[in-house]
Design a binder for this molecule. Sequence first.
Ligand code: TRP
Length: 466
Amino acid sequence: MATDRGHFNTRIGFILAAAGSAVGLGNIWKFPFEVGEGGGAAFVVIYLAFCFLLCFPVMVSEIAIGRKTNLNPVGAFKKLGHKNWAVIGFMGVLAGVLILSFYNVVAGWAFGYFLEMIQGNFGIGEEFGTFITDWQKIGLYGLVFMAITAFIVSRGIHDGIERAATILMPTLFLMIIGLIIYAMTLDGASVGIKYYLVPDFSEITGEVVYSALGQAFFSLSLGMGALITYGSYVSKKQDIVKSAALITLTDVSIAFLAGLMIFPFVAYLTQGTMEGVDGGAGLIFATLPGVFESFGPNLGVVVGALFFLLLCFAALTSTVSLLEVPVSYLVDEKKIKRPVAVWGMAALIFIIGIPSLLGNGSVDSLTQFVQMNKNAEWQYVTFMDFVEAIASDTFLPLGGALISFFVAYVWKKHNLNAEIAIGREGGSQWVAKYIDFAITFFCPVILGLITVVTILDRFFGIVLIG
Ligand code: TRP
């Protein structure tokens, strides 16, 4: 080996780091509400099917490409002998930069809320709208969050990313279990759980299926080479298929547990009606602090601080993986030293995130940035929403479609199968056969269609699924 780019020391270290990338803000605020709106358990079944049937083969492919080449997403395609396909890698690096630029702003909110909860300032929930316009304060929180991310990434794969995940992920798990146990003791908890889990198949519309797919793909951190990058640090002794299965299972489980924690809170707050509460950011930042307040000054501080610390931990292992993608590109391809690449990239991404920071009410032209089709309505959206529509909603499924197409028809499946077989001596054959089948047809076609549907919907207002 020429220079040591770093590597994960243990199998569990890699699994925790990759699961850490997957488990993020998306799991905690998006998944539970999609479940609630999409017919409870009926949605969960569809979501699980997408994760394992459609996303899992893409995950295995990404990890295999990374481990085969030991390179960043751009270098990986070149090393496989297909220079033109490196465009997928470039798109991935760009997606990583863009996603992190706004994701870090939201992570900054979570960090700010953690500090407010510690001080017992529950009123912050009612001031959420003004809180996010305070760009100096949020900017500072975001800066701190980015610095912590950069610090971890600068220490390298084993000492930084693997070690952080090994501490953060088990702690996150314990926090979520603790919060669930407490939530279950609240009045109305069973109503919340029922709302969450009793299947109602009449709610399953084309739109529900479509959003389940998008959510599954984003949640598993696929489509931008994050797992090509992490895969490039994985040893040849590891069974890629088994690891990918465990990563998927962990992500799904944490998302599921988040629902068990949140719905009893909502039931308690609405006294069992489950009405008048919106999903997403509004629920987490505007509504929940009021719930925590009702637990009294001491318990409220503990539960509130724990909840937002949980959110920060979930976000941190994700921001780390988002930063590692462009950093690995600079280190491998441009021969820039890791610390320089890390701090330079973190600074650049923070700057690119400034319009997202200002576009929540501080600067009008960024708050009402462009017209886009959202919730079946042609309306002005924020700069952040716009970047999200391009980077997360468009680039990721497009990247996923191209990666599967590349593996099946350019790199060729026998090469994929050969890489998968390493470290998997004696593993069962049917999974490999399924991956082979899915990557040929199912994955490129479905992900390609999703990309087209999304572009037509968001940017042209042509709603094919709705
Ligand atoms: N999966 C993370 C979440 O659910 C977000 C994320 C982190 C991500 N790294 C990524 C998404 C890489 C796509 C690609 O919040």
